[in-house]
Design a binder for this molecule. Structure first.
Ligand code: GLA
Length: 385
């Protein structure tokens, strides 16, 4: 039975890759490539646990994923001349991730149990009030101080003719960071052609809340090459969720029209970032959730870098996307290639449910109950023009 499930899922991936490829003229047919997967030892945790790095390669894209935090440690993508560069921010060594990624930037990491903020770390579910540990200005950010980004996940390789992947599993015990329920979580990264697909699954044995995402920072000119303010961003979103001074949503769904939050047409990230708009002052730049238009699996975001021609398209079935312009990078961290990361040197686009949903009855629900399966998928599709 597991074999049958695996086959079915991979057929789904191949079909999706074909769909995405069909929409992108620059993508070569996935059928002509034969992707590979290799594994090496990335490091050892202080308690002796080994951390593995999986390298998924197709003709154009190469991505490296480590079992610590399920982190995307490197992602090489070609420019318009076929020259590859690493387009994600990260660190060269495990020790750097353990010491500097949380508290810190969460480079490349899987985020759980709850991506982004929960006000005062408090929520009420079925009449019981839960208090999570606080780690961000009196609120809980990205699951709490010991979130899924700090766990060593169990990895299984997944292969088919046109795709390679790694399935990562982590079981979060009942009461972990004070969340109710044992949460069995699986995240599968699958590379097919020029698309990396992220499939998230979770089940629980008690009613709980879940909001998983990946916190990669991109720089399509190459990691460590400078700022991302000239990247052109388009978001498939007419509304966003404004925040207070601690970046907690007010509960409104506000129109982007007429504000620097309007990315309905491709616009350089930096074009309006210093306009004096109050929302941008709170986050020291963009650090907001956009309410994606439509529903079902659809295009959420498209980013293009003019010099290299690299383009990233993000597809998801989620209701929201957090666009964060790397505002808190302050020059204290040195990345994968040894270069200093300063403010605006990378951007994150985190597909998600809205921040603080458990405290806003007008936001889509993040409750997961026993017998239900949390499922969501996101695709990062790379091309060049
Ligand atoms: C998210 C948050 C930001 C910041 C980064 C990590 O994007 O919304 O405020 O915490 O993670 O630095």
């Amino acid at each position: 039975m597991p074999l049958r499930l695996t086959k079915t899922r991979l057929l789904g991936v191949a079909a999706l890759a074909a769909l995405v490829a069909g929409a992108l003229p620059a993508v070569t047919a996935a059928a002509t490539s034969s992707p590979t997967i290799t594994k090496d030892l990335f490091g050892t945790m202080p308690d002796g646990t080994k951390v593995w790095r999986y390298t998924l390669s197709d003709s154009a894209i190469r991505v490296k994923i480590i079992t610590y935090g399920g982190i995307v440690q490197q992602l090489d993508a070609p420019d318009r001349h076929g020259h590859r560069a690493n387009v994600v921010l990260g660190f060269p060594k495990l020790d750097d991730y353990v010491a500097k990624n949380n508290p810190g930037p969460y480079f490349g990491a899987l985020i759980g149990r709850y991506g982004n903020r929960i006000a005062k770390g408090t929520f009420t579910l079925d009449g019981t009030t839960y208090h999570l540990p606080l780690n961000n200005n009196g609120n809980t950010l990205h699951g709490g101080p010991k979130g899924f980004d700090t766990k060593v996940w169990t990895a299984t390789e997944v292969k088919s003719k046109n795709a390679v992947g790694v399935r990562l599993e982590y079981t979060s015990p009942d009461g972990d960071m004070n969340y109710p329920g044992t949460l069995k979580t699986a995240v599968t990264y699958t590379l097919s052609g020029k698309s990396l697909r992220l499939d998230y699954r979770a089940t629980t044995d008690k009613a709980t809340i879940v909001n998983l995402t990946n916190h990669s920072y991109f720089n399509l000119a190459g990691e460590g090459s400078g700022g991302i303010y000239d990247h052109r961003l388009r978001l498939n979103a007419s509304r966003y969720t404004p925040v207070d001074s601690t970046l907690i949503p007010t509960g409104q769904l506000a129109p982007v029209a007429g504000t620097p939050m309007d990315f309905t047409k491709a616009t350089p990230i930096g074009a309006r970032i210093r306009d004096g708009f109050q929302q941008l002052a709170y986050g020291q730049g963009y650090d907001h959730n956009w309410v994606l238009n439509g529903s079902g699996f659809r295009l959420a975001a498209e980013v293009g870098e003019p010099t290299s021609g690299r383009v990233l398209k993000i597809y998801t079935d989620q209701p929201g996307i957090q666009f964060y312009s790397g505002n808190f990078l302050d020059g204290t961290l040195y990345g994968t290639s040894g270069r200093q990361y300063r403010q605006g040197d990378g951007f994150a686009l985190e597909t998600q449910h809205f921040p603080d949903s458990p405290n806003h009855s007008n936001f889509p629900s993040t409750v997961l109950r026993p017998g239900q399966t949390y499922r969501t998928s996101t695709v990062w599709s790379f091309s060049a023009r």
